[in-house]
Ligand binder design. Structure first.
Ligand SMILES: NC(=O)c1ccc[n+]([C@@H]2O[C@H](COP(=O)([O-])OP(=O)(O)OC[C@H]3O[C@@H](n4cnc5c(N)ncnc54)[C@H](OP(=O)(O)O)[C@@H]3O)[C@@H](O)[C@H]2O)c1
Length: 251
């Protein structure tokens, strides 16, 4: 089991990211919490009580790609000193606007690819380079069961998560030889602001459970971990369903 002293959570102001920050802070990890809504980040620090001293909030929009390397350097210096590295980086930022049946909306697709995929690449490229040079660190990408098939509901979201999963696999294949761990986590439905308008969802879990599962995979160095674990056999079967059958379903 890997232990962490310093961490960065990108996408930390609500839902799963907020719970990740709270759990890490409770465990004594010094954690940088990044998101656009700085008031929410301040609320999380406040609500964490004594653990709040371990949380450093940074207002940041992941689609401001050019600002990422400079901000990463600043956070590393804040957390670990000028020459220090960060032990854990979790890329959790994500958006999933509601897309209606029959809606083909490039603006929504563009936003999802920008936040869910390009933001991850903007962050994890400099993180990977730093961890490779130090021969140390764990990267976690929060992907989704939604990336395992191209489903009819939200083509842009499924594409963004499938591409994120593949990008993380490629990072892992580059970095494992340098002692750097790359973990892909695929949660099923989680009760967060992202899913609040989606009606009844199967096997819905709370964000605190999702965060605990993600951090368990981070510590174990899991290659691809489902949260909860029951999604692994389910998605193994769903991935095998032939296209001519799958396209007739409502999955
Ligand atoms: N909920 C689910 O059922 C589920 C299932 C599988 C995977 N996931 C994934 O889990 C992750 C967390 O989602 P959640 O369910 O916890 O939803 P959420 O509560 O809406 O959290 C999304 C987080 O991403 C941040 N974010 C969005 N756009 C951003 C931007 N441009 N720059 C910086 N941060 C940005 C948000 O912060 P700001 O708005 O303050 O910037 C927020 O902290 C996402 O990657 C999502 O795709 C969710």
């Amino acid at each position: 089991m890997t232990t962490f002293k310093t961490a960065i959570v990108v996408g930390a102001s609500s839902g799963i990211g907020e719970c990740l920050v709270r759990q890490l802070a409770r465990e004594g990890v010094t954690v940088a919490a990044l998101a656009r809504r700085s008031a929410e980040l301040e609320r999380i620090v406040h609500d964490a009580g004594a653990d709040g001293k371990n949380i450093r909030p940074y207002a940041h929009d992941v689609t401001d790609f050019a600002s990422v390397p400079g901000l990463f350097d600043r956070i590393r210096a804040d957390l670990a000193g000028a020459d220090g590295g960060v032990d854990l980086v979790v890329y959790n930022a994500g958006v999933m606007p509601v897309v209606a049946e029959g809606e083909y909306n490039f603006q929504k697709d563009h936003e999802m690819i920008s936040v869910n995929l390009l933001g991850a690449m903007a962050w994890l490229n400099p993180v990977a380079a730093d961890m490779e040079a130090r021969r140390h660190g764990t990267i976690v990408g929060v992907s989704s069961v939604a990336g395992d098939r191209g489903r009819r509901g939200n083509p842009g979201y499924h594409t963004s998560k499938a591409a994120l999963t593949t990008y993380l696999e490629a990072l892992r294949n580059r970095l494992s030889r340098y002692g750097v761990t790359v973990v892909t986590v695929k949660p099923g439905p989680v009760a967060t602001p992202m899913t609040k308008d989606l009606g009844k969802l199967p096997l819905l879990i709370q964000p605190v459970e999702a965060a605990a599962g993600i951090l368990a995979h981070a510590k174990a160095g899991t290659v691809e971990g489902y949260v909860p674990a029951v999604w692994m056999p389910i998605m193994t079967i769903i991935r095998q369903v032939p296209s001519f059958i799958f396209r007739r379903t409502n999955i």
